[in-house]
Structure formats: structure tokens, C-alpha cells
Design a binder for this molecule. Sequence first.
Ligand SMILES: [Zn+2]
Ligand SMILES: [Zn+2]
Length: 733
Amino acid sequence: MKLLVCVAWPYADGPLHLGHIYGAYLPADIFSRYERMIGNDVVMVSGSDEHGTPITFVAEKEHVSPAEIAEKYHKINKEILEKMGIKFDNFSRTSSENHKSVVKDFFLEIYNKGYIYEGKMISPYCPTCRRFLPDRYVEGTCPYCGYEHARGDQCDNCGRTLDSQDLINPRCRICGTTPEFKETKHLFFKLSSFENQLKEWIETKDYWRENVKNFSYNFIKSGLKDRAITRDLDWGIEVPIEGYENKRIYVWFEAVIGYLSATKEYGNMVGKPDLWKEYWQDKSVKHYYFIGKDNIPFHTIIWPSMLLAHGGLNLPYDVPANEYLKLEGGKFSKSSMHGIFMPEILEKFHPDLIRFYASLNLPELHDSDFSWEDFYSKVNTELIDKFGNFVHRVLKFAYTKYRMVPPVIEIDDQDYEALNKIRETGENMSKSFEKVELKKAFKEWLNLVYYGNQYFDKFAPWDVCKKDEEKCATKLHISLMIVKALAVYAYPFLPFTSEKVWSMLGYRENIEKFGWAEAINPVEPNKLNEPEILFKKLNYQSFDEWNKLDIRVAKILEVKDHPNADRLYLIRISLGNEERNLVAGLKSYYTKEELTGKYVLVLYNLEPAEIRGFVSQGMLLAAEDGQNVSLLVPTEKIEGIKVLANNVESKPNGLISHKEFSKIKFEIAKIEKNNEKIILKGKNGYSVNLKILENYIGNECVIVHEKTSPIVLNTKNGIITLDREVSPGAKVK
Ligand SMILES: [Zn+2]
Ligand SMILES: [Zn+2]
């Protein structure tokens, strides 16, 4: 069977973040890998959406051309997808000549059929910028949900498509001016002609996800309006009609045609220019569209209408749109820079660790939440402890005892049960895959992992193998079969790991070739390779922020008034084998006598700065809660020693700027004990595992916030605390 898997086209205006991976790319890849494994012929396409206002917006901000922005992020995103193991047959781009010509042909075809007409439109015009503003250049309050940063085309909060004129308090996103609304001509697509046809078509889609179906219904219910498909912009695909030289085709209209153009391009790439027809004109070929929920109307309403207008091309079969991924409870977004960007996370983690946690957590029916703590915990306990250890225990035992796969001699009831479990797992997963319930399929796989552990524990080879050679061989073989089945069934989700286990089992050929059904067959009598540990356990803390800082204990030698400033002191400190001068704004809080001889903390690698004529070679660290100020002080008083965090020494890479330092979040917290657990009470309660804190219950400590968890400042034999009282939650400056 042939399948076309279409995946949303990411804007080339920034690097992909985890929300994109969860929302579209990973589910599409999991699904396609499974389909290929059961022998289907899959073509998976997508590409960079390089036109439109999202790109020009970033280009204007960074003072480069839109083409440069598009080029940069196309490359970055393509690389991210490859690293993540997301396997496209063609990941194209809308700036390609192929795409432009397919779009123009498509446009002319429906224009000639009378589905595109010229009309007048009231458009926002910015008198300050002296131009018509494309809808993304207008921002205002959503009339439906009250969200204050809705754009002229869509509200990111409630998902409704909007018109700039709908916005309450509209403003130009470049300069903030309230736009005027003026008349201008545009080309319109007759979306309204397809209302009934679409309604009937959607009614046949009883297998669609509830949210997708409901959303589409409601969209049609409120009436389909014709839509302008040209824009006042010079970045994009030219309109192949006279009189439109200064306008471009609306990015949404042309980007969706990318599914078709990328398939055509794929045919050209493999030397079969007519190949696309097999995927687009043969009615038995199913088209799946993997997208995030904000793209639903474009894929269940607008694109199908365009296809109907064109004629002769397949409509979507299923549109398994995903809900949103939230980050620690808040919304992920590329534009507001609240997210986990892929280059960053791929630098730290093996792609299968990211794929593993995502597979458990896909936002298929509801929004799901990404939390670092949960990420570490699930990866460590489920993937590494349960799966990794099981595979390693079995392979290690078999390798040590036999160096090859031992034969099955006689099976008992328990072994039958194991064989059934392997078969059932595959069948259940297949059922879920058919409904594109990928998370459910993955949980079946995880159940087999649990089962494998139980089977191996009951078998107790360390005991049995001393007494009963035949039973030992048989049970080890069955255990290896579970390992093999786990490798096969994991392939859609964890492709890198799956292939690694596969080769440790002694197989040479690619796992995809063997296929899904291979899981239930006995393991071939391969020679085993010495098993390697699949993953090392993750250390929960990241220390990224901490590693930027070099903080040391210093003794104050001398304090003088700053001659040019009322509130500043000039302070001379000793760091053991070095003395330094600092300028500090402490005069309103500490007398010279109080300071002299005191042990304090100094940020040692801060860029030196001139303050009113004197250079400050570092910064004294103090906590401030809005009323009170307290110096941070060491309980261990040794000049020059480096301050640690959770006993870890930082590895700073040169100097840190004031700006960079100000981004690092410190907090003051009180150390409390609750049911044998140490709790740090700051703005929130944090639990931190640091033995030294036992000696300081009731005292204040200083926390640095890392992405993964807070860490506590200490020295080898003491902690960092305060010399005066400030309220918990206070900040450090
Ligand atoms: Zn403006
Ligand atoms: Zn809204």
C-alpha cells in the first residue's frame, strides 16, 4: 500500500523547538517508520516555509535580507531533523524553483476555473511606516478571548483566525502606531463555494480525532468567507496575473501547495518525474497530515478546498493534529523565546532520550507538559533502569555463558506465556498505530519491558544455569527473544537504540528490512557481540548557569569613602595570594567598621568596570528583599577559596558581563527539615539532596536556579549564608 505522509512546514525564522518536535515531526516519523516496517510504501515530505511575514519580521529585526534568514534556518532545521532521526524522503523549501513553478501552475489552474477573483479589501496602513501592513505586522487584543498579543491573522491563544480589523486596539508591530484602514485591491479565493462539499466530506471522517473534527465543524458552522490570497509584500512568490507585480501570493496559500511540490521534486530526485501521480492521483493512496492544532483550519478546510477547486488530486485521509506542549506549565513558543530549542537540547542529550520522553508524553488528545524533573526521572527509571538494564543483563549473561544465541530445547508454560506476550504486544501496538494513537502504542512497548524484567527475575539464570543446562539455554533464548521483540517494536520510537540492540544480537542487516512481524520469530543462532551499556544514567543537575561563575571567599582589608559618590565605598579585599579593589554601593547599609575584617563573597570573574572614576575588579555579593540588604557570607572563613554549588566546582570560561550575570537567578531560602527530607523555603519549597545542609537547619542559604533544579552555594566544609535577616525569596545582586 502507498502512503503519503505530509508534515507541517516550519517557518525558517528560527531554530525548531521541542514543541515543534512533539507537535508534528516526531509523530510523523514514528508513524512512517512503523508503516515502512509493515511493508508499506511511504513517502514523507515537508520543507522550510521561507516566505511571508514571519521571515521578513525577523530579517528586519536582525538587519539582514529575508533570504539570508531563510537560508540560515533552513540549514539549521534540516540538520536538527537529521540529528533527531526524523527521516524525510524530501525536506524541501518554498524558495525552490520547483515549488514556485508548481504554485504558479496550481494558482492559474484554479484561476482559470473561476475560483479566484479580484476584490477590494480594507487593509491596515501604517502612516508612520508609510506602508500597508501584512496581517502579522498588526497586533492587538483578540475580540474572542481577550488575549492581548493576538496577531492580525490569528490568535495564538484561542486559535481563531482573525482579520486585522477584528482586533481591539490594533497597533503596528514595527513602530507601535495605530494603523489606518484603507482600501486596496487583492485577489480572493472562493472558499465560500466549498461550504457544503466540505461539510459532507468531513462527515465521512468518523475516524478523525475528536478535537480536529469539532474544530473543523465549528469553523464551517460560523460560515466560510472568501479569503484574500495576495499580500502587500515583496518577499514571496510572484502573482502570475497582470497588475499584481507589487504583491505576492499569501504565504499560507502557497505553503500548503508544498506537499504537492515536494512530492514532485522527490520524483525528480529519484529519476521518476511522473512518480508524484502515483501518490496524488491514485485514489487508494492515503494522505496523512501531521500538524499542530493551530494549523487545523488550513489542513481540514482551506487546503481541501484548494484541492477541490483544482480537481484530480487526493484530499487528506487523516489529519492527526496534536495539542500543545507546555514547558513547566507555560506555553512553548518560538516567537516569545519561551521554549527549549533543539540545538541546545541536542547538545546535551542523545536523540533517543528526547524521543523516549516525547513518546511517553505526546500531546495527542490534550496538552502535555514538559518538566525537566520528570524528564530526568522517566529517562533514568524507565528507559535506563528498566529497559537498558534488562537488555544488558540478558545479553551479558548469554554472551558470557555461550558467546552465541543458545537453542530452545523444551518450553514450559511460563515460556508460552512469554511468547504470547510478545505476539500480543505487537498486535496491540499495530491496532494503536492504525488509529495513530502513538502514545498508546509506546506504552504497550513499555509494558513488554516490564514483563521482560519479571520473566528474567523469575528465571533466575544465576541459579538455574548451574543445575539445568537445557532449561538455562531455553530460558535464555526466550529472554533474548524478548530483547529482540523490544528492538523491533522500539524501532519507530527509538531508532538509534533499536539498531544498536539489533546488532548486539548479532544481526548484520538493517532492522527495517526484517520488518515488524520478525519480532515473533526465534532469534537466529547468531554469534553474539560483547554487549555494551546502552545509556549512562543522567546526572540530574545541569550546572549550566553555575559554570559561568567564579565566586570566591575574600576578606575585607580596608574601606574608604568614594570621593565622587555619596553612596559608594572603595573597598580593598584579600583573596589569599592576591589583593583587589572594589567599588560597592553599601554605604547606606553598612558602616566602615562593620565591614572591615569581614569575610565576604566576591564575583571574581566579572568584567572590570569603571564606576565614577575608579575601576572595580569584581563585585561583592549581597541579598536584597526590597527593604533589607545583607552581604552573603561564608561559614568557612578561608581567604581565596572557591565557592562550590552542591559541592561542584564551577568551570568558568573567562569573564562574565554584568548583563549575563544579571540573568542568572539567585534566591535566598531557609533550610527546614520535614519528614527526614530537607526542604529549602524560598519563593517556593525546593527539596535538595545535599548532606552538608543537615548541620544548618534553621539557617538561610543561597540558591542558584538551574534549568533542571536549584543548587545550593557552599564551601568544602560549610555553606554560604547571610549576616543579616532578609525575607526568603530575596534576590542576590
Ligand atoms: Zn508602523
Ligand atoms: Zn483569542
